[in-house]
Design a protein around this ligand. Structure first.
Ligand SMILES: N[C@@H](CCC(=O)N[C@@H](CSCc1ccc([N+](=O)[O-])cc1)C(=O)NCC(=O)O)C(=O)O
Length: 216
């Protein structure tokens, strides 16, 4: 029995790895756990069968035997708990790595995700420019603090952990923008994550889904 995750049948990001199944795929590849994928249309995500798995009608979900999980951070944590390779064995180091998981999702991601939504949904609103400026100031504050903490280290706290995995996926949404490039050590940190063989396997797998959906 191998775990099954859900993902977009045709990701709006055109296979660039920004959808949150990417985090789960990457974590599974890091620990060497094979998995299956159930691809869902937007319509199917809102139907009872999927709502039974995901109360908000979203992807990803993770099923393994009689366990059904939603929330990409919780799924990555579950994988990290069950396999070596994503969280340290030392209790204090493990607790710090988990703190970085929360920091990625709860401190750094919100302004970055809100900026992405504003740029898609509110571009024509009268408040657009000001809203964007406020969000970008907030992002720069977070990235400045993160850059100062990372310094010239490879990862946030010793060995690569699930905290780095989540932080890299959060920062990847800024790839190519001056918001990230203005912090060279953060741009290098993201590139380090992308260079990991497990990341590449995960990225190629989700890109193959989009490519197949586009040529089908
Ligand atoms: N907090 C949840 C959030 C899950 C979530 O946002 N899922 C999105 C896809 S990943 C978020 C996402 C969407 C699109 C892009 N993109 O670049 O096009 C990137 C990321 C979804 O199912 N959206 C459909 C819906 O809500 O009806 C988690 O981390 O699992």
């Amino acid at each position: 029995m191998i775990p099954i995750i859900t993902a977009f049948e045709r990701s709006p990001d055109r296979g660039q790895g920004l959808a949150r199944d990417m985090r789960v795929r990457w974590a599974l590849e890091e620990v060497g756990q094979p998995y299956d994928v159930r691809l869902l249309s937007f319509k199917a995500m809102k139907e009872p069968a999927h709502l039974a798995l995901h109360p908000f009608g979203q992807i990803p979900t993770y099923e393994d035997g009689d366990l059904a999980l939603f929330e990409s951070g919780a799924i990555v944590f579950h994988i990290a708990e069950r396999h070596a390779g994503l969280l340290p064995d030392d209790a204090n180091a493990r607790a710090r790595a988990i703190a970085w998981m929360f920091a990625a999702l709860n401190t750094v991601e919100p302004p970055i995700f809100d900026r992405a939504l504003v740029r898609i949904l509110e571009r024509d609103e009268p408040w657009y420019e000001q809203r964007l400026r406020v969000l970008e100031d907030s992002i720069r504050k977070r990235l400045g603090d993160l850059s100062n903490r990372l310094g010239d280290a490879d990862w946030l706290d010793g060995a690569f952990s699930a905290g780095d995995l989540l932080m890299v996926t959060v920062l990847l949404r800024l790839k190519g923008s001056s918001l990230l490039e203005d912090y060279p050590n953060l741009a290098a940190y993201v590139a380090r994550g992308e260079a990991r063989p497990a990341y590449k396997r995960a990225f190629d797998a989700q890109l193959a889904v989009f490519t197949a959906a586009s040529t089908g």
